[in-house]
Design a protein around this ligand. Sequence first.
Ligand code: ZN
Length: 462
Amino acid sequence: MRRAIIAIVFVLFAATAVAQPPVAHQQLAREIYKELIEINTTASSGSTTAAAEAMAKRLREAGFPVADVQVLGPERKGNLVARLQGTDARRPMLLLAHLDVVEVRRDEWSVDPFKLTEKDGYFFARGSSDDKAMAAIFVANLIRYKQEKLVPDRDIILALTADEEIENSPTNGIDWLLKHHRQLIDAEFALNEGGGVMLKNGKAIANRLQASEKISVTYRLEAKYPGGHSAVPGRETSIYLLADALTRISRNAFPVKLTQATRGYFEKMGALESGQDAEDMRAIARDPMDTSAASRLSTRPSYNAQLRTTCVATRLEAGQALNAVPQTAHAIVNCRVLPGESVAEVQQRLAEIVGSDKVSVTPIGSPTLSPPSPLRPELVRAIERLTGEFWPGAAIVPSMSAGMTDSRYLRSAGIPAYGHSGLASEPNENRAHGIDERLSVKSFYDGLEYLYKLVKTLASGE
Ligand SMILES: [Zn+2]
């Protein structure tokens, strides 16, 4: 009798907890997560090679052939590339996560940032959300597929990489792999960080699919005008010219331009939000766009960043003496450029806004541009089906990141990439790069099972 009751309770529990993976698999994923977090992978003193080697060892022990598991890259900057062989009926898919983490100041944290601490329903550690959860989940799920003897109809490639947190390219991560080992990671499309499940008071309202991102492009402004003794100044100086140029940049916004991802974003968010915001979002998603709605939304920095290329002055430099008028004055202006716009177009527009032949505008470095990834029907269908199962009622919301991820390298190399993690968080919960970085325990295990099913669906044409 007692046994029967236990069995019934167990069946009920199993029926309500469809999203939960088997306990043994959860334990494995957690062990891998812990192992990754406790290997220091900061740029200053850590090693992604150590983390990559640890993951390689786990995959080989799980039965992956030695030839299909490699650690590649310069010293301390190793990348793991592993492959689960399929039938080759379709071209491979790539799973990407980065192993490196942002630096920490231990004294600012309430817990040890390099230990996995579970507390108050969260996992705390540097890298707990950015990006070791996804890395651990991908490794654990590949091992699960191997245990199931899954033979997908396309290879599943895993790349765990270095240097994502490095601002300047070239890097030793995915960028380096594309240059030196393209054939090892070449794929029809890729999944990466950048889009998760959005919670509102604990309830999932949206599952984001990041299909494009803005690119950071930096310009140097140089104002030139004859200088001299400050006792006999003219009305014009290099400093005044530069100040005037920067004021003009602050007052002249770039034109509003919607992409497939941002149009979809405003459409879907318009249905989720309420009041004037919601009306405005729906109004700008329509064609032709309502310009007064666009200007109301533009007053909010986060919406403004979705609507247009933005540029802002970040550094100033002029003068060498207290009593001399300098001949040159410099400013750095950092732009976040919409996908589809070029470095030269933005330079041209800045020069027009500045409108002075005494102030030059020059781009710094050679940034990697990132074309938007088309919303692949096969991917959207799979996400819709699984979202209904895991987070009923949540909308699929395409998105564009105002910041950058490694997807830009893949996109510019012709491999469409999608930021999609299945990891859920409240809007203000994100402490990536910050103090006491964390991820909710439930998010980790839900994401584990969600990605297990999503990747399996995409790789086996189910
Ligand atoms: Zn990241």
